[in-house]
Ligand binder design. Structure first.
Ligand SMILES: Cc1cc2nc3c(=O)[nH]c(=O)nc-3n(C[C@H](O)[C@H](O)[C@H](O)COP(=O)(O)O)c2cc1C
Length: 451
């Protein structure tokens, strides 16, 4: 397969509206029940596949309040949804968020492996440790794990997952009617894993898929999160407001991968999530952006949602025009701490009031990817050329806007030779140019080391 560097694209559907999009559902093109309607997701997945996207990414959370965004209030479980989409698509990668904090490894690894087989090698797993601290209370715990435990579990979980996915060597199932041999029993492997957090005997009762293992993505931004991504991630989902911030993250994660973990940095694809607005002209696109920002994210909705990173702390109790209450950072200790700390630091450094801080995060959503199709394509290429990323996760908000991205922006990327004209591979691993993981037992056997 050609090793030419190409832009990678993901589509992230937010149904009736994700964080910061409280009235997206007023768009007449979005069914009021889009977030639980498999037909709506199928339409988006097929559109993204028509645009030759590498993947569709379904985010997830499991703790809500009455102020959670509409899509979060009432949504389908990612792996169940992706299994349905696997039957309605043929090439696009299917990536779902699943937490290592509130899942049992054997169960989750089996579900991900099943998605990988159902989709014939197109599954991906976004490994998260869960930002919403309240999730713990849905799983019989008083509070969320501290960061060291969260990331300790995540590290062990992913290593365990890969070992379980290797339970069978690729040629273990003989299925020979003449000899009556179904399984070569020497090619089924017990794991007997006993680690700090998990104890699993194995084997997994599932063979490997066409891509060997599902692709592992990671999306945590703390020091521990970055180390997890650099050590076991094959894709990194992140956020970056501009090229210098993107470059700093890209350089940090690839350097960690190479220097700390001895990995080839090209085997790790960095994809920031972006908001795109396409118009006939740059002016028209900016007008659409301003209209959507004001309508989709009013100040009161932004204030109500502001506390999410701080463990859903209620900020409506404070004086909006008094200095930002920095002591609230403590509420974020076991939640989205990296994000809560960044917001608090900015507020303190700038001497902002609570109102100014909420406004700043509200307009932080102003995007660089707004303009005519040519302007948007130029910007994407500029980021990618500058190695601020390897590709982008495009948020699917207003459907008409996403259609314009597929129909008007993608062809420009293709003409410029930076994005595939057609799929060249059949697996997600293939689309992303990632190596095929050789079964560890087969490799050991080949090396003459098998016990
Ligand atoms: C781009 C991106 C996407 C994320 N998606 C999810 C998600 O779908 N579900 C979730 O619970 N957490 C998600 N997270 C949260 C992280 O996995 C992590 O738990 C959180 O950011 C707090 O950890 P940190 O301080 O290491 O970033 C996401 C984070 C980023 C940066």
């Amino acid at each position: 397969m050609a090793s030419k560097r190409e832009i990678h694209l993901g589509a992230v559907p937010y149904g009736t509206g994700g964080p910061g999009s409280h009235t997206l559902w007023l768009d007449p093109e979005i069914p009021g029940d889009a977030s639980v309607d498999v037909a709506w997701f199928t339409e988006i997945a097929q559109l993204a596949e028509r645009g030759r996207f590498d993947l569709l990414f379904i985010v997830d959370s499991q703790f809500i309040t009455p102020y959670s965004p509409p899509h979060y209030l009432n949504r389908l479980e990612p792996l169940t949804l992706l299994s349905a989409l696997a039957t309605q698509t043929s090439r696009i990668g299917l990536v779902g968020t699943a937490t290592t904090s509130f899942n049992s490894p054997f169960n989750l690894v089996r579900r991900l492996g099943s998605l990988d087989l159902i989709s014939r090698g197109r599954a991906g797993w976004n490994v998260v440790t869960t930002g919403d601290a309240g999730t713990a209370t849905n799983y019989g715990l008083e509070e969320h794990y501290d960061y060291d435990t969260r990331y300790g579990r995540a590290q062990e979980f992913v290593e365990l997952a890969r070992a379980l996915w290797d339970s069978y060597e690729d040629d273990a199932f003989v299925r020979d009617r003449e000899s009556g041999v179904f399984l070569d029993r020497s090619k089924q492997h017990v794991l007997n894993h006993e680690g700090e957090h998990f104890k699993v005997r194995g084997p997994l009762n599932l063979q490997r898929s066409a891509q060997g293992h599902p692709v592992v993505f990671q999306a945590g931004d703390s020091d521990q999160g970055r180390d997890l991504g650099a050590s076991v991630g094959e894709g990194i989902f992140t956020h970056a407001p501009d090229i210098p911030a993107g470059q700093a993250f890209y350089d940090d994660i690839k350097t960690r991968a190479r220097d700390r973990f001895g990995r080839n940095p090209d085997h790790l694809v960095v994809m920031p999530g972006i908001k795109v607005v396409v118009g006939d002209t740059d002016e028209e696109a900016r007008e659409i952006e301003a209209f959507n920002n004001d309508r989709d994210h009013t100040f009161s909705a932004a204030l109500a949602e502001f506390g999410r990173a701080f463990g859903w702390h209620d900020f409506t109790q404070y004086d909006l025009d008094a200095p930002f209450p920095a002591q609230t950072l403590e509420h974020g200790r076991r939640s989205f701490f990296t994000q809560a700390k960044a917001v608090t630091d900015r507020a303190v450094e700038n001497g902002w009031t609570l109102r100014q801080t909420v406004e700043a995060t509200r307009y932080f959503r102003k995007s660089e990817f707004v303009g005519s199709p040519t302007t948007v394509a130029d910007k994407l290429i500029e980021w990618w050329d500058a190695r601020a990323c390897d590709g982008f996760n495009v948020g699917v908000d207003h459907p008409a806007n996403f259609r314009r991205f597929v129909d008007d922006v993608v062809p420009i990327l293709q003409e410029r030779g930076v994005f595939r004209a057609d799929y060249e591979a059949t697996t997600l691993r293939g689309h992303l140019g990632l190596p095929h993981p050789v079964n560890r037992h087969a490799a050991a056997r080949a090396a003459g080391e098998t016990a």
